[in-house]
Structure formats: C-alpha cells, structure tokens
Design a protein around this ligand. Structure first.
Ligand code: F6R
Length: 365
C-alpha cells in the first residue's frame, strides 16, 4: 500500500505533481478561465466584503498565509490569517460584511470548525477549503472548494499543503478576476505559472539524493533555525514544523529581519540555519541577513531560485528551485524542505509516519 516507498510520507511527497495537477486541471479550461463550479460568490458579494479571515491550524494555517498574501495583493481587501485556537478567543470583529475562509485537510479539526460556526452565527459568509468530501466542515460551510490530494495517511502533511496552496491561489485569482482588481496580463501569467508547477515539482523530486546529503550534515543538531522574509517566512514556518514534528529536533522559524532583535543571540559556531531566499524583491535583504548569521559561525543551508547561484558564496549548501514568481514560490520551495525533514528524521531512526504525541486529525480543542 506504500507503493514501494519506505513510508507514506515519502509516497505522499512524490504524489505531489499528480495531486497538484488533479486540483488544478478540473478548474481550468484551455482559455485560462477558472471554473470554480463549487463556489457561488458573486462580484456583488466580493464588493460587499470589507474583511476576509483565513482560519486554520498547523500546516493548513501555513497554507492560509499564502492565501492572505494573494488575496490582499490581488483582491484589494484586508485579510487576517489566524490559527483557530486563537481566533475564537480573541473577540474577533466579524459580521455580515466578512468572508471567512477555513482551510482543513480533514475537515474535522475542532478549533477550525468552531471558528466556522462562530462566523456563521455572526452572519459572515463562509468558504471551506478541504480534502475530505462529506466532512463536517464541508457540510457546514456555505461554499466548499475541494483539494483533490487524495487520502493523506502520514501524520505530517505534505500533499495536502501543496494542494491547499494551489487552491488558495485559484480562489484568489478568481476573486480578483471577478472583482476586476487584477489585469488580464497578470492573471494569465499566474495561471500559466500554476500550470507549470507539477512538472517543476517533478524536477525538484530529482534532487532527493542531494538533499539527503544535506540532511546528513544537520542530523545531530539540537537546534535549527529557519529564516526568510515575506512569503519565504511563511514557508519557513512550514519547513520548521515539518522538521520538528517528525525528527524531534528543536527548530524555530524567524522573520529574517527580526533576528537582530533577539534571536541572533542563539547563533553559535555550527548552528544550522536554513535560509529561504526565493523572493526576488527581498533577495538582497535576505542575503545580508544570511551574512549576519554566517559571521557568527552559523552553518548555512540556503534555498534559492536557480538563477541566484552567487548565493553559494555565503552558504555551506544551496538547494535550488526552478524559476517562479515570488507570489507562487511556496508551491515549489516547500518541497525541498519536506524532503529534508524526511531524511533528517529517518537518519535519526524516527518513525516518520507516526510521530510521537501526534494524531492525524485533532478533533479535541
Ligand atoms: C502538520 C499537520 C497538522 C495539521 C493540523 C490541521 O503536518 O498535519 O499541523 O495541518 O492539525 O489539520 P487539518 O488540516 O485536518 O485541519
């Protein structure tokens, strides 16, 4: 049932090109038109919303952070992304002018479901992005968008996350198009990029062995830091979560620009730092943060677009991803981080499919 792979997690990492394609293809026609047949939001609805909330937990929350960036940028509406367990108790301002998007692989997560119910009680419109047909969240939301990732067995979420990213990108682009807040040119450009991602993920999967070599370098570490700016910071959080949940190494994701406000004190000779530098507009800033930690002895593993080879001068190792716009980079940049976490965990002898203390679906608050 693991299809020749040692673990479900690895199988699911390798299923990502197909999962992403299955999520995208039914929603796009040859003319680059998005058909979200399952979502009934109109132009009038979109013009009415003055606030969008994206609520989820764990990995699904990290995917939600990309939704936040894209909706804010292309749909021209303020977006708050928050974890379910905080949102519920933070006296949120939410009313009939709000749209709540919940993201949940299982569709059963207690805190996410509670947030959805709260939104409905306050008269907000609700939209669920979920992977499980017939799940509680899919039944209770006004509209549902399914990620077609197929069953995800491993506790550590991988293909659910990439399909959530793609789904949120489609939703954001469709909203922007309906509302008239994106140019036709930009819209087409991003759709074409989305179409290219399955083949690009395939390319990244070929780096498996070389990423394993990088994993060997950090297997014995006690602490690992992930740094990045903007969307890279969102992906850094997902990479860090992946590593800690299956390898049990303490890891932390930091906004790269925030390091010097405290955390840099923890960098010593040999501390591994995974530095995400895939954002063109923030590249120089991130590289200067890399140099700061490098100067304190950190072992730098960078993640960059293939064109930025000069980053190797300030890095011990570099993992490259194919060229893609900043906006959609997480669909690619998370993959080497998933593979890295997988190899670190297996090299340490951990049971990656059943990490200690964790359940696949968290139905308690
Ligand atoms: C991490 C992981 C969890 C889930 C979280 C939400 O790898 O799987 O963080 O993402 O428990 O679960 P869903 O998406 O089912 O609501």
């Amino acid at each position: 049932e693991k299809g020749g792979y040692d673990h479900f997690m690895l199988k699911e990492i390798y299923e990502q090109p197909k999962a992403v394609k299955d999520t995208l293809s039914p929603r796009l026609n040859r003319h680059n038109e998005i058909k979200l047949d399952d979502i009934s939001l109109t132009k009038e609805d979109l013009e009415r919303f003055n606030q969008v909330y994206i609520i989820a937990c764990g990995t699904a929350y990290h995917a939600g952070l990309l939704g936040k960036s894209l909706i804010q940028k292309y749909v021209n509406v303020p977006v708050i992304a928050e974890v379910g367990s905080e949102f519920r108790y933070n006296d949120p301002f939410i009313d009939e002018k709000s749209l709540m998007i919940v993201v949940s692989q299982s569709g059963e997560t207690a805190d996410t479901l509670a947030a959805l119910r709260m939104a409905k009680e306050r008269g907000a419109r609700t939209l669920a992005v979920t992977n499980v047909v017939g799940s509680t969240i899919s039944r209770e939301a006004d509209d549902v968008f399914y990620t077609w990732a197929g069953p995800e067995i491993a506790v550590a979420s991988t293909k659910a996350y990439t399909t959530q990213l793609v789904s949120l990108a489609l939703i954001a682009l469709d909203m922007a198009n309906k509302k008239g807040t994106i140019s036709k040119e930009k819209f087409n450009e991003l759709i074409e990029e989305l179409r290219a991602t399955p083949a690009q993920i395939e390319e990244i999967l070929k780096m498996d062995e070389s990423i394993k070599d990088v994993a060997k370098v950090i297997t014995k570490a006690e602490h690992i830091f992930y740094i990045g700016r903007g969307i890279d910071y969102d992906v850094a959080r997902e990479g860090s979560l992946k590593l800690k949940e299956i390898s049990y190494i303490h890891s932390e994701a930091m906004a790269a620009g925030e390091l010097k406000h405290g955390t840099i004190a923890l960098i010593e000779d040999g501390t591994p730092v995974i530095a995400l530098a895939t954002q063109d507009r923030l590249y120089d800033k991130t590289v200067s943060n890399i140099k700061e930690v490098n100067a304190r002895g950190a072992k730098i593993i960078s993640l960059a677009k293939a064109k930025n080879t000069e980053i190797s001068k300030s890095s011990d190792h570099v993992m490259y991803i194919p060229d893609i716009s900043d906006d959609l980079s997480p669909i690619l940049s998370v993959v080497p981080l998933q593979i890295l976490a997988y190899h670190v965990a297996t090299l340490r002898g951990a049971d990656v499919d059943k990490p200690r203390n964790l359940a696949k679906s968290v139905t308690v608050e």
